[in-house]
Design a protein around this ligand. Structure first.
Ligand code: NDP
Length: 395
C-alpha cells in the first residue's frame, strides 16, 4: 500500500493532489501538507476522493521529519518552494523516505540557483539506500526526458538543444506570474546564460531574443534565459556542443517587470519600513495574484518542447518534440491553469514510476538519467500528449 506526502498546496500542489487522486491503484493514500492548513483543506474539498491534510513549516527539517514519522509515507513529493529543498531532503534522509521535487535549491538571500547543493547529498542518499529525483516538472523535467528519449531513439549523438517554452495564454490580469511570483521574478531577472563549445556564456537579461513559430500557437517572441536543466543536461548529454533555453514574454509583462525593477520592488534585500524590515519582492508577491487563482478565466495554450540537432548514422538530423496544453481544458479537469498542470502531471508520473519500481536507484538523480520510455508512455495517459517532428529548419 502506497501513501504519498505532498508538501506545498499552491498551484502545482493542487494539480499533483488531483492527479494522484485519479490514480488510486498507485496512490492508495494521499496526505497534503503546507504552511497554511486552510489551503490544504480547500484543495482537499475539490478532490474526487478523501485525502488527509496537515500543517508544516517546511523550512524546518525537524518539523518535516516529525510529520514524516507521523504519516509514514512511501514518498515525499515536494512542490512548495525551492528554498525548502535542502530542509526536506534532510528530513527524508533522517527518516529514510524517498524524495522528489520540481525545482532546484536556491538560498533566499541570493537570487542564484544551481544543483551543487542537492548533488552534494548523493552519497548520503546512496548510503541510506533511498532515491531523490530532482527537477521532475515540465522544464526542468519533461524537457530533460525529451532529450533522453531523442538520444535513445533518434540520435547517435546530440549536438545542439534549444528548449522552447511558450505560454500564449491570457489570464486577463494586468500583471501576474504563472508560478510563484517570488521565484518567477528572481528567475527571469537574472543574467542570461547558455552553454557553447565547453563554456558558459553570459548575457544581459533579455538581451537575446527571436521569433519562433510555435505549432498551434503561432509566432511569439522568445527570450534567452538561464534555466536549471541546462546544468544537468550539459553533464548528462555526452557530445553536446550548445544548449540554450528560450521563454516567451509579452511586451505587457516586460513593461510591468521593467517598471517594478526600476522602482525597487523586485529587490530581495530587506529595507526598513516603519521600523520593520520588509523584503520588497516578498511584499510584491503578497499583492500579486496567486498562481492557483489564475485558472478560472485563462484562455489560450502553452507549447513547451525541445528542438534538437545532431547526427544519426552519420547524417545530420533536426528533431522537434513538444507538448501543447490548453489552459481552459486544464481548469475544467483540475481547476488549475496550464503552467501548474504541466508541472504537476510530470511530478505525479515521476512519483508513480518511483513507487512502482519502474525507476529505482540509490542516491540523487536527475530525470534524464533514467529510461525515458515509461515516462513518455505515461505522459499522454495522464493528460500531456506529445508530438514529434523531423524538420529541416525551425530556427
Ligand atoms: P505557489 O506559490 O502557488 O505554491 C507554493 C506553495 O508552497 C504554497 O502553498 C505555499 O504556502 C507553500 N509553502 C511556501 N513556503 C512553505 C513552507 N516554508 N512550508 C510549507 N509550505 C510552504 O507556487 P507554485 O505551486 O506555482 O510552484 C510550486 C513549485 O513548483 C515552485 O518550487 C516552483 O519553482 C516549481 N515549478 C516548477 C516548474 C517546472 O516545470 N519544473 C514550473 C512551475 C513551478 P503559502 O500558501 O502559505 O504561501
Amino acid at each position: 500500500m502506497n501513501r504519498i506526502l505532498i508538501i506545498g498546496a499552491g498551484g502545482v500542489g493542487g494539480v499533483v493532489a488531483h492527479k494522484c487522486a485519479q490514480v488510486p491503484e498507485v496512490f492508495d493514500e494521499i496526505v497534503l501538507a503546507s504552511r497554511h492548513l486552510d489551503k490544504c483543506n480547500a484543495l482537499a474539498a475539490q478532490l474526487p476522493r478523501p485525502i488527509r491534510t496537515a500543517q508544516v513549516d517546511a523550512d524546518d527539517p525537524k518539523q518535516v521529519a516529525a510529520l514524516i514519522r507521523q504519516i509514514q509515507p512511501n514518498l515525499v513529493l515536494h512542490v512548495a518552494l525551492p528554498y525548502q529543498d535542502l530542509a526536506i531532503m534532510e528530513a527524508c534522509l533522517e527518516t529514510g523516505v524517498p524524495y522528489l521535487d520540481t525545482a532546484n535549491y536556491e538560498p533566499p538571500e541570493v537570487a542564484h540557483f544551481e544543483y551543487s547543493w542537492q548533488w552534494a547529498f548523493r552519497e548520503r542518499f546512496a548510503k541510506r539506500g533511498i532515491m531523490a529525483l530532482l527537477g521532475c516538472g515540465f522544464d526542468p523535467g519533461v524537457t530533460n526526458i525529451f532529450c533522453a528519449y531523442a538520444r535513445k531513439h533518434h540520435f547517435d549523438e546530440i549536438h545542439e538543444v534549444d528548449i522552447l517554452d511558450c505560454n500564449a495564454g491570457s489570464h486577463g490580469k494586468a500583471f501576474a506570474t504563472n508560478f510563484n511570483p517570488e521565484i518567477n521574478i528572481r528567475e527571469v531577472t537574472q543574467r542570461g546564460k547558455y552553454w557553447e563549445n565547453g563554456q558558459w556564456i553570459e548575457t544581459e537579461p533579455f538581451a537575446i531574443h527571436r521569433t519562433f513559430d510555435f505549432p498551434e500557437v503561432g509566432p511569439r517572441e522568445a527570450y534567452l534565459l538561464y534555466h536549471e536543466e541546462l546544468e544537468s543536461l550539459v553533464k548528462n548529454l555526452p557530445g553536446l556542443r550548445r544548449i540554450r533555453f528560450w521563454m516567451t514574454f509579452s511586451q505587457e509583462y516586460l513593461t510591468h517587470l521593467r517598471v517594478l525593477q526600476n522602482v525597487g520592488l523586485t529587490r530581495i534585500d530587506p529595507v526598513m519600513y516603519e521600523g520593520h524590515p520588509v523584503v520588497p519582492l516578498r511584499f510584491l508577491k503578497a499583492v500579486l495574484p496567486e498562481p492557483s487563482s489564475l485558472g478560472e478565466n485563462y484562455t489560450g495554450k502553452t507549447n513547451i518542447g525541445c528542438l534538437i540537432r545532431g547526427v544519426k548514422n552519420g547524417r545530420p538530423l533536426t528533431y522537434y518534440i513538444y507538448n501543447v496544453c490548453d489552459h481552459a481544458a486544464c481548469y475544467r479537469e483540475v481547476q488549475a491553469q496550464a503552467v501548474s498542470y504541466t508541472t504537476g502531471v510530470p511530478a505525479m508520473i515521476g512519483a508513480k514510476l518511483m513507487l512502482t519500481g519502474a525507476w529505482r536507484g540509490q542516491g540523487v538523480f536527475n530525470v534524464e538519467e533514467f529510461d525515458p520510455d515509461p515516462f513518455m508512455a505515461a505522459l499522454p495517459q495522464h493528460g500531456l500528449p506529445w508530438v514529434e517532428t523531423f524538420v529541416d529548419e525551425l530556427l
